[in-house]
Ligand binder design. Sequence first.
Ligand code: KG4
Ligand code: ZN
Length: 353
Amino acid sequence: MQQKTVLGIETTCDETAAAIVSADADGVPEIRANEVLSQIAEHAAYGGVVPEIAARAHVEVLDRLIDRALGRAGIGLGDLDGIAVAAGPGLIGGVLVGLVTAKTLALVTRKPLLAVNHLEAHALTARLTDGVAFPYLLLLASGGHTQLIAVRGVGDYVRLGGTIDDAIGEAFDKAAKLLGLGYPGGPEVERMAEAGDPERFGLPRPMLGRREADFSLSGLKTALRIEAERIAPLSERDVADLCAGFQAAVVDVTVDRARVALRAFSAAAGRPTALVAAGGVAANGAIRRALAALAGEAGLGFVAPPLPLCGDNGAMIAWAGLERLRLGLVDDLTAPARPRWPLASEAAAVPAG
Ligand code: KG4
Ligand code: ZN
């Protein structure tokens, strides 16, 4: 197969993104442009993403961003082999903006449309950055999702565990809000935690030791709130210690849950080639270090995308599009926008013990 080049469009949440990724005859990728415009400033005042504001902001900048990506890659629309777009899951207004734009481009250029699952794009990013071979264990952790998944191939995912309440990123965001820190909360909590004492507050480790690889984080959030209210008003030191305690609890729970998923992995998919982290939470240094140590214990490599590719971006959408294009998995112009779109429908049986 000769070189293929795909445009990737991402508008499912609060980043508008457009990227150009090529893969050579051997499938070796090159990110030729990766334009991301964050709407953080527009949502910051509300402490979270406001769907209508997000959709409008995507409309305003997407065309320009696509032009800029093409310009940076030094190509025109006619040089593309496909138009990939995140068709969900996400906020419906934003998804529609990206999908209608991609369909229009596919129609006028007569190139194939690749309607990509946003979660699949996060899941496959480790193959773009590090060429990780199937199968691998994936911790997918973002603002909306927390799942441990056996990635067996493109479109072939087995869910080994997930959160029964808050996503990890969501828990970080809520902790930050509670402590008067900015949005998004993950980076703020991580920054404050650096100077804090993780042992001062004995915060709980929900689900630790359970034999299913599931997460539950709402109890931890409640414990954090109770401690914060007990010692209010909070000094900077208090906030740092609460952040450090919260992050340490999340790290312990995450490693324990990933360890359980590693045990369940072989029944679902054989021996993994690596432990992979993806999604915005994979930017967290403490979580990365702890997962790298766990992978080391299991004799596996650990792969987490470089920071700009952890959060939402267009390169991961273009890459997932390339992976699908290579397998002939193209879509037509009837592809729906899907606010909900689970990556893995099948729940794996958990072995006894
Ligand atoms: O994948 P992403 O960019 O967007 C989606 O939710 O799809 O993930 C954003 C989430 C937010 O909840 C944010 O607080 C969290 O990832 N996050 C972090 C860090 N950086 C971003 N959580 C913990 N530590 C971080 N350094
Ligand atoms: Zn995401």
